[in-house]
Design a protein around this ligand. Structure first.
Ligand SMILES: O=C(O)CC1=CCC(=O)O1
Length: 96
């Protein structure tokens, strides 16, 4: 199942910079692990914003929920999720 996930990151201005660096490093490591596993298909920075648009490929709504909850930056994120399905004009056979 494919989902568009929009993540806005809002870090408090007085948050400890060293702790923030740790969280960002952990977030990057987990994101890249999930990308290698094929679960996190795409991640794009939204220009001019501390935000991304991502495409996830997971088995269920519950798997997506559990995965998003494990993100180290989850406590600082506003997340919007939209389910995706194949567009009838798509030429990509592997789109589902
Ligand atoms: O910087 C972001 O958009 C938040 C984020 C998600 C995965 C990652 O590595 O950073």
């Amino acid at each position: 199942m494919l989902f568009k996930v929009e993540m806005d990151v809002n870090i408090p201005l007085d948050y400890d910079p060293a702790r923030l660096d740790e969280l960002k490093a952990a977030e990057k490591a987990l994101s890249q692990e999930l990308q290698r596993a094929g679960k996190w298909r795409h991640i794009w920075r939204v220009a001019g914003q501390y935000a991304n648009v991502s495409i996830f490929d997971v088995e269920s709504n519950a798997e997506l929920h559990d995965l998003l909850m494990t993100l180290p930056l989850f406590p600082f994120m506003d997340i919007r999720v939209a389910p995706l399905c194949r567009h009838p004009s798509s030429i990509h056979e592997d789109d589902r």
